[in-house]
Design a protein around this ligand. Structure first.
Ligand SMILES: C[S@@+](CC[C@H](N)C(=O)[O-])C[C@H]1O[C@@H](n2cnc3c(N)ncnc32)[C@H](O)[C@@H]1O
Length: 189
C-alpha cells in the first residue's frame, strides 16, 4: 500500500469558512458522520466538538501517520465520539451499508479523481449513506492558486455535479465557503 498518498499532510481547515461547512453538514444529535480523506482530523475533531456526545464522527484516510496523529489527538482530548481508521476510501469505506447520515469530503475529491478513484469513492459513499443521507463536498474554486492544487485538476461546480449525480444523488445547494472554496450539498435519493 502507498505510504504517502496524494496530498497527505495538507489541510484546508484553517482557510475554510467553518460556519458555512457546519451549516451545510447540519449534523443532528445522534447522527453518524463520515469524514472521508480526513487527514489528521482537523475537520473531524472540530465537528465532534460541536455536536453532542450521542453523535459519532468516523474519520478515514489512507495516510497512516495522519490517522495515528488523529488517534493521539482524540486520546489527548478525551473525544469519545470520534474514531479514526486507515482506509482507502476509493476501494472500501469500512462501515455497513446505509449506516451513515452524512459524508464529508473536504478538498480531497479532486485528488481522488486525479488518481482514478472518483467513481470508487462515490460508489462507496452511495453504499454507506442511508436513503436521504447528505453528502457535503468542499472543493477549491476553479481559479489559479496558491493555495491549492493546479487549476487544471480542480473541479468546477458543474464537473462535480456531473460526477456525483449519476450515483443516485440530487443536488440540494452550492455555497461559497471562504475565499478559496465552495461547497455542494447532495442528498441520496
Ligand atoms: C488535501 S488533503 C485533505 C485532508 C482533510 N480533508 C483536510 O482538509 O483537513 C487530502 C487527503 O486525502 C488523503 N487520501 C488520498 N488518497 C486517499 C485514498 N485513496 N483514500 C483515503 N484517503 C486518501 C490524503 O492522505 C490526504 O490526507
Amino acid at each position: 500500500m502507498n505510504d504517502k498518498p496524494i496530498a497527505a499532510g495538507r489541510s484546508s481547515f484553517d482557510f475554510v469558512d467553518k460556519e458555512a461547512v457546519f451549516s451545510a453538514l447540519a449534523l443532528k444529535e445522534g447522527e453518524v458522520l463520515l469524514d472521508l480523506a480526513s487527514g489528521a482530523g482537523n475537520y473531524a475533531l472540530a465537528i465532534a466538538r460541536s455536536v453532542g456526545r450521542n453523535s459519532t464522527v468516523l474519520a478515514f484516510d489512507l495516510w497512516r501517520e495522519g490517522i495515528e496523529e488523529l488517534k493521539q489527538r482524540i486520546d489527548a482530548r478525551g473525544a469519545a465520539n470520534v474514531s479514526a481508521e486507515v482506509a482507502d476510501v476509493t476501494k472500501r469505506i469500512p462501515v455497513a451499508d446505509a449506516s451513515a447520515d452524512v459524508c464529508l469530503i473536504a478538498t480531497a475529491l479532486h485528488d481522488l479523481v486525479q488518481e482514478k478513484g472518483g467513481e470508487g469513492v462515490l460508489n462507496e459513499i452511495a453504499r454507506a449513506l442511508k436513503p436521504g443521507g447528505r453528502l457535503v463536498v468542499v472543493e477549491f474554486r476553479k481559479i489559479d492558486g496558491p493555495p491549492g492544487p493546479p487549476k487544471r485538476i480542480r473541479l468546477a461546480q458543474e464537473e462535480l455535479e456531473t460526477l456525483v449525480l449519476p450515483h443516485g444523488f440530487k443536488k440540494e445547494r452550492t455555497a461559497g465557503a471562504g475565499e478559496f472554496f465552495y461547497l455542494s450539498v447532495f442528498r441520496k435519493k
